[in-house]
Design a binder for this molecule. Structure first.
Ligand SMILES: [Zn+2]
Length: 278
């Protein structure tokens, strides 16, 4: 599943492809992708004639803003967008096609069919499902150390599940939580409310550094995605612990360990992230 840095990379790329284009009509081939409105024909009618003004993001949701309408799109496991000319052959698993007035088409492909689209009047998207209860946006300037402590510091849960909770902070998935905890030198099973001020500060800085580096890395390997070819998968990041169980820690050489925590595979270095705060 794409995590926040991948979705941010998709957002930037998609904005470059579709902002300024006007939708002539939309055809939906798999109605269950469309979650709102209930009637797919209404979805298609509402989008016809709209000009795309901006592509935003909230957590892992893309917000395609048009004149007086917002399309909220979640790629889930394997959803992806590609820009094509109208005559290009339509591949399998293309479920929604946005036909533009200039002869180009934005096609939504989703082999697993878990992706979703919701339409809202502007402003309504932020107070309605699925965006209403989302937490802090870690790449936004509103994500200050104080705001981070406000949602995390007093929790009586373990730190890793607290960081994964989308109602506290959005977009942090399994990979980046493991990487941020390693960078901060914090044992994943530590109780959130037992972390020292210094540990909280290190963790905050580690989240920012891990995500911003991943966004930069994501920007370099987006071309295959844009053309609708190749698989939507992890971009090339240098991972220190995730998926490296049994291999030497890049900092101290001890083997990386893997445990299951809150149902998720969790990777850490027992030397650099010592237990004792749980
Ligand atoms: Zn280590």
């Amino acid at each position: 599943m794409p995590e926040l840095p991948e979705v941010e990379t998709v957002r930037r790329t998609l904005a470059g492809l579709i902002v300024g284009r006007t939708i002539e009509r939309v055809s939906v081939h798999l109605p269950r992708i469309i979650q709102r409105p209930d009637d797919v024909r209404v979805f298609e009618m509402q989008l016809a004639g709209r000009k795309i003004e901006d592509v935003g993001r909230r957590g892992k949701f893309l917000l395609i803003r048009m004149d007086n309408l917002v399309l909220v799109s979640h790629l889930r496991m394997e959803g992806r967008y590609g820009l094509y000319q109208s005559g290009d052959p339509v591949e399998k698993h293309i479920h929604v096609i946005f036909h533009f007035t200039d002869g180009m088409e934005l096609r939504y492909k989703d082999v697993r069919q878990f992706g979703t689209m919701h339409l809202f009047a502007p402003g309504q998207e932020l107070i309605s499902k699925p965006l209403a209860k989302l937490g802090l946006e870690p790449l936004d300037e509103s994500f200050t150390y104080e705001a981070f402590c406000h949602v995390i510091a007093g929790r009586t849960t373990k730190i890793k599940p607290a960081l994964l909770n989308q109602e506290y902070i959005v977009g942090l998935g399994n990979i980046y939580v493991d990487e941020a905890l390693f960078r901060a030198g914090i044992y994943p099973q530590s109780q959130a409310n037992h972390l020292s001020t210094e540990q909280l500060r290190r963790l905050y800085e580690a989240i920012l550094a891990t995500l911003s580096e991943a966004v930069l890395a994501g920007g370099s390997s987006i071309k295959s995605y844009v053309n609708g070819q190749g698989e939507m998968g992890m971009f090339q990041h240098s991972l220190n612990v995730y998926g490296r169980q049994g291999q030497p820690c890049p900092a101290c050489g001890q083997p990386i360990e893997k445990i299951t925590l809150a149902g998720r595979g969790t990777h850490y270095c027992p030397e650099c992230q010592p237990a004792g705060m749980e």
